[in-house]
Design a protein around this ligand. Sequence first.
Ligand SMILES: [Zn+2]
Ligand SMILES: [Zn+2]
Length: 214
Amino acid sequence: MTARLDHRNPLVFDTHELGRRPGALQRLTRTVDAPKDFGIQGVIGVPEGAPVELELRLESVMEGVLVTGTGRAQAEGECVRCLEPLQLDVEADFQEMFSYPDADDRGRHHHGAEPGDDAEDDEDRLFLEDGLFDLESVLRDAVVLALPMQPVCQEDCPGLCAECGARLADDPDHHHDAVDIRWAALQGLAGSLEDGEKDEMSGAEPGVDEKQEK
Ligand SMILES: [Zn+2]
Ligand SMILES: [Zn+2]
């Protein structure tokens, strides 16, 4: 179903050192370049090629290798309220079992990665290939899960002015006069029509009763 794993791919890991001895442990760290599409499309994500720091713990168990780890990277996106670019440190934890291709079901549940995780379907199982495993999909899922669906530049970002689009965080005192400029223009026009040609310079004073509730 997939091409053979390439041990030169930085997201492919080798478990040979564990030697298929249940209980054997190996810890390792590695910094890799983020692959493509590492985030939530169009919302926020880790740019392709940006560093992702990985900390992994490989544990040999009966049916395979249990991989527990954390990925750290910096995601980029834009604030959903004010549309300013933002950066966000993301820390994604994951745990996944990579089974030996010849593992039978007998040993499967003896070392459940997560107790009660019986929903694991066979087609979702990941396998070791020649002692190698590919972390990319596991890491991607974890990163996506760790990212906010609605990123904001700050928790209380006030967003944009509904009338003129100004970024309110830059200008806390921002406001518009109670009478909308378009409304004022209409009133001015109405006033000059009523007044006829005489004395346009005095300007029409907006009638108070014409003012709309905001
Ligand atoms: Zn914002
Ligand atoms: Zn405004």
